[in-house]
Design a protein around this ligand. Structure first.
Ligand code: GLC
Length: 459
């Protein structure tokens, strides 16, 4: 990767992305003096702090303003409990509105500052990326190691009662993929957006959100592939941050379990495992492809995921982005629906996870095509929550925080680039994720320069 390429379209996208994150920034102090600062996903609908959204926001903030990235992650961590649990949603400045309050998995219906359930635990991964972008603040890398260790210990202790290396979710939205069709049969009448979801929350409430007790008593829980991929990537990041090989061994255990228990050699996909009997959930959603992001994945398997699925025009090779559900699944729905979002539309975090491994494996032209389609989406519709992968329509929330992840797939441009974002890690080695992201940027910039219709993005 050479120096940043002065590229007007890239610069325009970057500045629009910066504007979204800055416009969504919320900061202040609670009555007890606790300070906070984070980008909410998209006001007014999403005005709180969500765990994995904040990780994605910090990953983008590090390109513009690493101080905000650090603040966002510190804020998230400070919402955690002393035992290592960190909530899915934190209501810093604003109570959950009465209309939406029943949707939140809180201990009581009013007055909680945060939910009592988790979200895909990728904090250590984001922490390392932000630390790499903060060479002028070396203390950031080590300031929270105890808290991060505790967090991953909590997950290991409370979410892996069968000790197979795979952590479980007990509510569908704990993965962040709330209504993905892979949860339909598992959660049945209690799935997300059905009235029965209230009962799912209520029964967790009655057991004090004691996940071990919930998993023992009920059969609706899932060893989710996407969750475990980001868990393993985070354990690897934690091992690099702490220098403690115990975290590497844990990551390897999770990666091995994904291969041994979730991989279906016949279908060429990874399946979630549901309930006590660990029934494979054979519905092809993008989480079946997520292990591609694991550098340890054996290459023949990675190539099958790409060639038989990601690049198949009947499955995931759509005109725009990567559909969240394979297009040949009966449950696939490309467009907008008030209560459905993960049943087909293309989301930016999916591409952010899958494009770098495509490049690593040598599918550069396909990765370029994909990124160019994402650029077209944003240039036409701004940073929307998600997009119709068939006709490119921008859908749901506007000014959506993590859609700015697009700029992390683009080459850095002009003076707006934060040079620190490319700084190497503590031991002088860039992280693998950072390396693969950089490898792609130059190629993408060439595609963009060759592109037509240079319109300024609307955020
Ligand atoms: C939706 C998404 C979830 C996200 C939240 C806030 O519920 O499904 O993944 O964290 O919005 O953006």
């Amino acid at each position: 990767m050479t120096a940043a390429i002065p590229e007007p379209r890239v610069a325009a996208l970057r500045s629009a992305a910066h504007e979204v994150l800055a416009g969504n920034w919320r900061s202040g102090h609670l009555a007890d003096g606790t300070g906070y600062g984070f980008s909410c996903p998209s006001p007014p609908r999403y005005r709180h702090q969500w765990y994995w959204d904040s990780c994605f926001h910090a990953i983008v903030w590090r390109l513009f303003d690493p101080a905000r990235a650090r603040a966002e992650l510190r804020t998230l961590l400070s919402a955690g409990r002393l035992d290592g649990f960190i909530p899915h949603t934190v209501f810093w400045h604003d109570n959950a509105g009465w209309r939406r309050a029943p949707f939140y998995a809180t201990h009581s219906l009013r007055g909680d500052r945060a939910t009592a359930h988790m979200q895909t635990p990728m904090l250590a991964l984001a922490w390392e990326m932000v630390a790499d972008a903060s060479p002028e603040h070396p203390a950031f890398r080590t300031e929270a190691l105890d808290a991060l260790r505790l967090h991953y210990d909590w997950l290991d202790t409370h979410r892996d009662p069968d000790r197979d290396g795979l952590i479980s979710i007990i509510h569908p939205d704990e993965s962040g993929l709330d209504d993905a069709p892979k949860y339909d049969d598992v959660f049945g009448w209690m799935r997300h957006y059905l009235p029965g979801y209230f009962w799912l929350v209520e029964r967790s409430r009655r057991l004090g959100y004691d996940s071990r007790a919930i998993i023992e008593r009920y059969d609706e829980h899932v060893e989710d592939v996407l969750v475990n991929v980001l868990y393993a990537l985070s354990l690897r990041a934690l091992a690099r941050l702490t220098g403690d090989a115990a975290h590497t061994r844990r990551a390897e255990r999770t990666e091995r379990a994904l291969l041994e228990r979730c991989w279906d050699d016949e279908r060429g996909l990874f399946w979630d495992l549901a309930g006590r009997d660990e029934r494979p959930v054979r519905v092809s959603t993008w989480s079946s492809l997520a292990p591609l992001a694991l550098p340890s994945l054996p290459e023949p398997i990675a190539r099958r995921l790409v060639e038989e699925h990601l690049l198949d025009p009947k499955r995931y090779r759509a005109p725009f982005g990567i559909p969240s559900v394979a297009m040949d699944e009966p449950s696939f729905r490309a467009g907008w629906h008030l209560f459905r979002c993960w049943r087909g539309p293309a989301w930016m975090n999916t591409a952010w996870m899958l494009v770098p491994p495509m490049r690593r494996l040598g599918y550069a032209a396909d990765a370029d095509r994909l990124v160019a389609s994402l650029v077209a989406l944003v240039e036409r519709h701004g940073f929307r929550e998600y997009y119709n992968p068939l006709n490119g329509e921008g859908l749901a929330a506007r000014h959506f925080g993590w859609s700015t992840l697009l700029v992390d797939l683009l080459p850095p441009s002009g003076p707006a680039s934060a040079p620190s974002a490319r700084a190497p890690g503590r031991r002088g080695e860039p992280s693998l994720l950072g390396e693969t992201l950089s490898a792609g940027r130059e190629a993408v910039s060439a595609v963009l320069r060759a592109g037509r219709g240079r319109r300024a993005p609307r955020a």
